[in-house]
Structures are given as structure tokens and as C-alpha cells.
Design a protein around this ligand. Structure first.
Ligand code: TXA
Ligand code: MG
Length: 317
């Protein structure tokens, strides 16, 4: 696997690899994506193989500009143009009715397609030079923690993809908000940095349906899970580890009971989101017997973070 920088020459190499149908991990403002030419079925197939991802799980298509929406959607409603104007480039994915030319490999055979214009300058540069949409799920093996640095990508996909471009740590740190505009009522399928409150001035959104909505594998209960057993606990939780038991805790302040490792989590939701996956990657390789995450406040500002913490953990009992 090539380890590429953000130099013009390395970006050009990444574009050439994508042109030849290969898979390249690229930084976005949310998480690193595993990108391939979305109009090349063989290239898209390679994404599923590298990730070990079930083939019926649809992918997000990344676009250089909102104008490209017309190439991928059979119909772009007025509200999609408006939201694109306000929130793109940025961490918002729009689900629209799919154009007939799009390979079912991208959509998982569904009548809709997920589209997003990412804000990261590296992803932007690659999209512009390639001149084509890039299918890109998060660049992690299926079911594991999403990568927010090039080192995370290398650790998990070494030998399985052509290259990774190191654009530094991702600024947002959790995956984009997914807003479904294809149905009768706009629905948030996955919470993210763009909140329902931020969308409210433009449309009435409803929150996502029941957890197991099959169209969004990110909503499977055990997604984003570390390999170390990982539990969520309340701030007032008290625990006496058994002798020799190595417990790691991720929280805003250290617990009063004995632990082997402590990871300090930020007290603001944006900073917490930015740090979460990096902390989980680190904690997962610390050799603990179990990890405990102290739940952040149960308020709307923390919705996206709570969603990811809940999926990474089991309730302790
Ligand atoms: O921030 C992000 O969205 C990152 C970066 C790389 O852009 N990508 C990402 O991709 O999180 P992935 O594949 O890990 O998650 C994409 C989500 C999945 O949960 C998938 O089911 C959903 O998007 N999705 C894709 N197409 C869809 C569709 N037509 N209808 C409903 N959900 C869809
Ligand atoms: Mg993912």
C-alpha cells in the first residue's frame, strides 16, 4: 500500500490509481473514506472486497460540486439545491431518487442514492482532477471503528488497497448526517455534525426511524465496535475490578475506583466527536480486559456522539 502525502505529485498519483479502477483511502472532514470510481462497477466491487462489507449495503457517492447531483439523481427537489447551497461542502449526505444510469452496486439495488460534497481540500482536489463521482464508505473493515487518521487506515487495510493519502486527522471525526429526501417526509437516517436544529430553518425533519432500519448499516446496533469488550456506564457508576483485571476508562474526568488506563474526553460535543474514534483506536490497542465509556449528557447537542457511543458499546450488567 502506497503512503501518499498531500503534495501535487502525490495527489496526481492518487487520481491515476482511481482512474485505473483501484481503491484509494482519502481524508474527508468527517472520517477517512475508501474511494473508488463510482461509475466503474469493478472498482466499486473492490471497495466491498477490501472492507469485507455485505454487497447489499449502499455507498455514499462524493461529488466535487452540487451541480453533479443531476448526474446521479433522477430528480433533484428544490430543497436539495437549497440545502446544498447552505451546507455543502460539508458533513451532510442527501438521499435522493437514483438516476437510471447508476450501477446498482452503489445503491445496493435500492431506488435511491446517497450524495455528498465533502469539504476536505484533498478530497476536493481529487474529485476535481478526476472529474467523476467517488463512491466512498468509511475506510475501515466492516463493523469496526471508523478511521480518523491515515495511520488507522494503514493498520486495518494494509495490503488490501492501493494507497492512502495522509491529510492529517479529520476535523469532524464522526460520519456525516444522512438526510433522506426521497420519501414523503424528510428523515434523518444517521445523526451527525449537521443537527436537526440546524436543518430546521429550511425544512421540518423527523428523526430516524427504529434502530434496525436495514438501509443504513451504520444503524446496526453493534457497528463501530472495538475488539476489546466495551461497555457504557453512567457517570456515578462504581466498580471494584477483580485482582489483575485491566480496565480502561474513557470519560471527562477520572473515576474514583481503581483503573489501569484513563483517556480524558473533551467536555464539548464537537471536540468529543473529533476525538472519539481516535481514542477508541488507541484504547483498543492498549491491551485492556475491558473498556468503559462514561456516557456524555443525554441532551440534543450530544445526539450524534451518543449514537456512536451506544453503537460502540454494550450496556454493563
Ligand atoms: O461521513 C461520511 O458519510 C463518510 C465519509 C467517508 O464520507 N462515509 C460513510 O460511509 O460513513 P459509510 O458507507 O460508512 O456509511 C454510508 C451510509 C451507510 O449507513 C449506508 O447505508 C447509507 O450511508 N446509505 C448509502 N446509500 C443509501 C441510500 N440510498 N439510502 C439510505 N442510506 C444509504
Ligand atoms: Mg462506516
Amino acid at each position: 500500500m502506497l503512503y501518499l502525502s498531500t503534495s501535487a505529485q502525490d495527489i496526481h498519483t492518487a487520481v491515476e490509481l482511481l482512474q485505473s479502477g483501484q481503491q484509494v483511502a482519502l481524508p474527508t472532514e468527517t472520517v477517512y473514506g475508501l474511494a473508488a470510481d463510482a461509475s466503474n462497477p469493478q472498482a466499486v466491487r473492490g471497495i466491498f472486497e477490501a472492507k469485507g462489507r455485505p454487497a447489499d449495503h449502499p455507498l455514499i457517492v462524493h461529488l466535487a460540486t452540487a451541480e453533479w447531483m443531476s448526474l446521479w439523481a433522477s430528480h433533484v427537489p428544490e430543497i436539495a439545491w437549497r440545502l446544498a447551497e447552505v451546507f455543502w461542502p460539508g458533513p451532510l449526505t442527501l438521499v435522493l431518487p437514483v438516476a437510471s444510469t447508476v450501477t446498482p452496486l452503489v445503491t445496493g439495488g435500492q431506488p435511491t442514492v446517497a450524495l455528498r460534497v465533502p469539504a476536505h481540500p484533498v478530497m476536493q482536489a481529487v474529485l476535481k482532477q478526476l472529474g467523476k463521482g467517488l463512491a466512498a464508505p468509511s475506510a475501515n473493515p466492516f463493523g469496526q471503528i471508523s478511521p480518523t487518521t491515515a495511520a488507522h487506515v494503514r493498520r486495518h487495510l494494509q495490503g488490501r488497497i492501493a494507497a492512502v493519502v495522509d491529510g492529517g486527522p479529520c476535523g469532524v471525526g464522526i460520519e456525516s448526517t444522512i438526510l433522506d429526501l426521497s420519501g414523503e417526509r424528510p428523515t434523518i437516517l444517521r445523526p451527525g455534525a449537521i443537527t436537526a436544529d440546524m436543518l430546521k430553518p429550511y425544512l421540518q425533519v423527523v428523526d430516524k426511524p427504529a434502530v434496525d432500519a436495514p438501509r443504513v448499516p451504520g444503524s446496526l446496533a453493534s457497528h463501530y465496535a472495538p475488539r476489546t469488550p466495551c461497555f457504557r456506564i453512567a457517570p456515578d457508576f462504581d466498580h471494584q475490578p477483580m485482582p489483575g483485571q485491566q480496565i480502561g476508562v474513557l470519560a471527562m474526568s477520572p473515576p474514583s475506583w481503581p483503573i489501569a488506563h484513563f483517556w480524558q474526553m473533551p467536555a464539548e460535543p464537537e471536540a468529543y466527536a473529533q476525538a472519539l474514534y481516535a481514542m477508541l483506536h488507541e484504547a483498543d490497542s492498549a491491551g485492556c480486559d475491558a473498556l468503559f465509556i462514561v456516557l456524555p449528557p443525554q441532551t440534543p447537542a450530544w445526539l450524534a456522539v451518543l449514537d456512536r457511543v451506544n453503537r460502540a458499546t454494550r450496556e454493563f450488567s
